[in-house]
Design a protein around this ligand. Sequence first.
Ligand SMILES: *Cc1c(COP(=O)(O)O)cnc(C)c1O
Length: 321
Amino acid sequence: MLPELPSFDDVARASERLAGNAHRTPVLTSTTADAIAGASLFFKCENFQRMGAFKFRGGYNAIARLTPAQRAAGVVTFSSGNHAQAIALASRLQGVKATIIMPLDAPAAKRAATEGYGGQIVTYDRYAEDREQIALRIQSETGATLIPPYDHEDVIAGQGTAAKELFEDVGELDYLFVCLGGGGLLSGSALSAFALSPRCQVYGVEPEAGNDGQQSLRKGEIVRIQAPKTLADGAATTHLGHLTFPLIQKYVRDIVTVTDEQLVSTMKFFAERMKMVVEPTGCLAAAAVLQSVVPVRGARVGVIISGGNVDLAAYGKLLAG
Ligand SMILES: *Cc1c(COP(=O)(O)O)cnc(C)c1O
């Protein structure tokens, strides 16, 4: 049986739930970036979103959709990255208890940020325990609702609101570039593009070391890979989802890849020329345009910058290197 896929109507309703709760992030332009690409680029800056990434949108929307009984029982998720912080903050704002399952060796800064937003952390040993088992146990003990990071209709709809705002602010575009891990942001963005700028060609951008999305699109089925080694940790997923994949097949023109080296050049460009801290994963879409992976000369091009959460020491080293 085919799953019920979210539509642009779901994105529009998510947008109403997010109004006044998520930031309407700025769209920035840069004469230097335009000169490099030979095009007009519009950067949608989700690095300025609450908790530092677009994931707040999907997390907030999913929690806003819970029934009163579900809200009372709380939510649970597993992540050591931006989704954990998004669920922790979105839950606190809506008075819902959040349990976040994190590996024991998760970076201290990420753990502290998640705790700072009010998430209750349960740790596990990545080498000896299965996080899904732990999630199931917590669900059966507490009745909590599991909110996965991308393969969930309310998460996808929430993520689609960033591109919706971009089209509302700048009008129709020839191209839209969006990074992907599990494809929540890409599939939601594609729904907005198809509704608001139907001729826009939507491209997904993945790290070269983790091109499972590109392989899946070529093969016509979800391809699973080993956890890739890449600086783009937010896109180090091993497979697309059962909801995100069919949406990507339907609405996305192609998926291209960039190298870690191209990510670092793009990160430096943002720091030096646009005075912005962008995390490596957040540089994927821009790298495809600024490094001419897809030629866009003369076009109007949207680029989603997905997040700005960095470990300062690692960031400093990459900038200086
Ligand atoms: C999660 C994340 C991604 C990937 O998003 P998906 O919806 O899994 O494709 C990209 N960038 C950042 C900053 C993220 O946190």
